[in-house]
Design a protein around this ligand. Structure first.
Ligand code: ATP
Ligand code: MG
Length: 210
């Protein structure tokens, strides 16, 4: 299964989601290949840190740029799950990955600036669907406020009612320090740490994506 984590918005949490779902799959004993298709190399750096600790469940990783289709199709024959972290813009990596993926997961912060990018993502999705009619489009709210009096996540939910092709996942990934600690702390996933709320968020997200 090919899972693309993509958005044309920078900084919305793509690498955080891609690395965390990869780690969560590895913890479940699944064979996972994390493809870093962003020259910023955030996922590759996470993978290098993780590789220093051989006792962690194995995540494989590779960097692929430009037209990623052939490489991703080949990797999908060899690994049960291929997770792609694509650059945060309308890139050739994002577009070519969309042509071969089973699902695109678009992280979106509950802010107007992020929501403003959805119409363009819908257009890119429409283009990809011409060649990949089975492509599923899922959106996940990330960095949602943990303060219950802030209703930004609810506003984002009603926004998506205008986009019937996009399935807004029930899981909300909240703004939590543990997500930053997991990246800074040796290439971990939050499922390998002690914050049970974050752990549940990632496991719930994974069940909704698979
Ligand atoms: N749920 C979260 N809670 C707290 N911090 C988060 C969360 N998700 C992401 N971050 C932090 O926000 C920043 C951006 O996240 P990340 O690098 O995953 O986004 P990105 O979409 O991959 O960015 P880019 O477009 O630069 O590739 C990072 O510092 C990351 O640690
Ligand atoms: Mg990134």
């Amino acid at each position: 299964m090919i899972i693309l984590v993509g958005s044309q918005k920078g900084g919305c949490g793509k690498s955080t989601i891609a690395t965390n779902i990869s780690a969560a799959l590895a913890v479940k004993g699944e064979d996972v290949m994390l493809v870093d298709a962003d020259k910023q190399a955030s996922s590759s750096n996470w993978f290098l840190d993780r590789s220093e600790n051989p006792s962690l469940p194995k995540v494989h990783s590779i960097q692929k740029y430009d037209d990623v289709r052939a490489s991703v199709i080949d990797l999908n024959e060899r690994y049960e799950y291929v997770v792609i972290d694509a650059a945060g813009r309308d890139s050739i990596e994002l577009r070519t990955a969309m042509i071969v993926a089973n699902a695109i997961v678009m992280p979106i912060r509950p802010s107007q600036f992020d929501l403003d990018t959805v119409p363009r993502m819908q257009e890119i999705y429409n283009d990809a669907r011409i060649l990949n009619s089975n492509l599923k489009f899922k959106a996940v709210i990330t960095m949602g406020p943990t303060n219950p009096v802030i209703h930004e996540s609810d506003e984002a939910k009603s926004f998506f009612e205008n986009y019937p092709d996009i399935l807004l996942l029930k899981t909300i990934i909240r703004e939590r320090k543990v997500y930053r600690d997991a990246i800074n702390g040796g290439g971990l996933g939050v499922v390998e740490m002690t914050n049970s709320k974050a752990k549940k968020e990632i496991n719930d997200l994974l069940s909704e994506v698979l």
